[in-house]
Design a protein around this ligand. Structure first.
Ligand SMILES: [Mn+2]
Length: 338
């Protein structure tokens, strides 16, 4: 199948006819970024950079799109005047991609996109209407487990804690090396959370053992999974333009191995993924190109899982009610998304 080049589309793939098998969904969202800014333009910068990524994936052994329809959706921009209104709009937008017949890859935008994605993921048929069935696998420099930052409970610094409050059953994190005492207490006391700290996995002598333990955790997972990749989980040298680059992070190959290992688990169905905190680097393209390479690895790993029967088209679950004002009404207490 020959595919024409289209500027600004994921991998430069022009829109093929027929319904999408994989949707790349850019979310231009940036309301709570605390340090660097520019996450709003990141998704389009990643799409532009993806035109330079090789279509051939060595593990897949084929060129993308490998017989599938990959659609690049229009860039989503919130219109609501309030942050919570925008989260509700984003959840409604994301919900349309959880119909069970396609795989969505969301491009952010600040990490604050995660709670609305998780709220929407409740509608994926594999989740069976209960987010307690869903595991989030997160690569990130930060634990994102604060209860609030600067008085905002939906800050990007609270992306993981709010996603658990929304109802996600389990959280696995790696790359974490910047966190508060409050976050460490939550890691140590909330049995839904398992964190692999970078000081252990990146240790020059004993890091190999800690990294193998992380991969074992991925291999022991089962059920539906959402994969969230904050690109600052990578070493800051690889992503200098992200909002808060941090040294001492994961190597590129560790991110690749995490993705390949997760999608290769026969007991796991990865229902969606996001790559976030992408910022258009002004003095080069390394940040957005690194993000584009890993986004492509996610898509190639999904295609391989699909070809090998670890991902199946499912019928939409029409019975799950959707609260379209969930974030506007959120009371800040831990609660399910019923
Ligand atoms: Mn984050």
């Amino acid at each position: 199948m020959s595919v024409d080049f289209e500027e600004g589309a994921f991998l430069g793939l022009s829109k093929a006819s027929g319904p999408a098998d994989i949707a790349v969904v850019p979310l231009a969202y940036e309301l709570t970024t605390s340090y660097g800014t520019g996450a709003c333009d990141g998704p389009q910068a990643c799409l532009d950079a993806s035109a330079q990524v090789e279509l051939f994936d060595d593990r897949l052994g084929k060129d993308l799109p490998a017989g599938y329809v990959i659609s690049t959706e229009p860039v989503w921009e919130g219109g609501a005047p309030t942050l919570r209104g925008q989260l509700d709009e984003m959840a409604a937008h994301a919900r349309s991609f959880y119909s069970g017949n396609l795989f969505p890859l969301f491009l952010g935008g600040e990490h604050g996109i995660l709670p609305p994605l998780i709220h929407a993921a409740r509608h994926h048929p594999a989740v069976e209407g209960d987010l307690a069935n869903l595991t989030i696998v997160q690569l990130d420099a930060h634990a994102d487990l604060r209860s609030s930052l600067d008085g905002e409970i939906f800050s990007h610094a609270c992306a993981a804690s709010r996603s658990l409050d929304v109802g996600a059953g389990r959280l696995l994190q790696a790359g974490v090396r910047a966190y508060s005492k409050e976050e460490l207490v939550r890691i140590n006391t909330d049995n839904r959370i398992t964190t692999s700290f970078a000081k252990h996995t990146q240790h020059p002598h004993s890091g190999g053992e800690a990294w193998k333990a992380w991969l074992e955790q991925l291999r022991s997972l089962s059920g539906p999974v959402h994969f969230t990749l904050d690109i600052d989980g990578l070493d800051g040298a690889l992503v200098p333009a992200t909002g808060t680059p941090v040294p001492g992070g994961l190597s590129f190959w560790q991110a690749v191995e995490t993705i390949e290992t997760l999608f290769a688990n026969p007991k796991v169905m990865v229902i969606s993924a996001d790559v976030n905190e992408i910022v258009a680097q002004a003095d080069g393209v390394l940040t957005q190109f690194t993000a584009a390479l890993l986004a492509t690895k996610v898509v190639a790993s999904h295609v391989l899982a699909r070809d090998e029967g670890r991902w199946k088209v499912m019928a939409a679950d029409e019975d799950v009610p959707f609260n379209a004002a969930f974030f506007t009404e959120f009371d800040g207490e831990a609660r399910s998304s019923n």
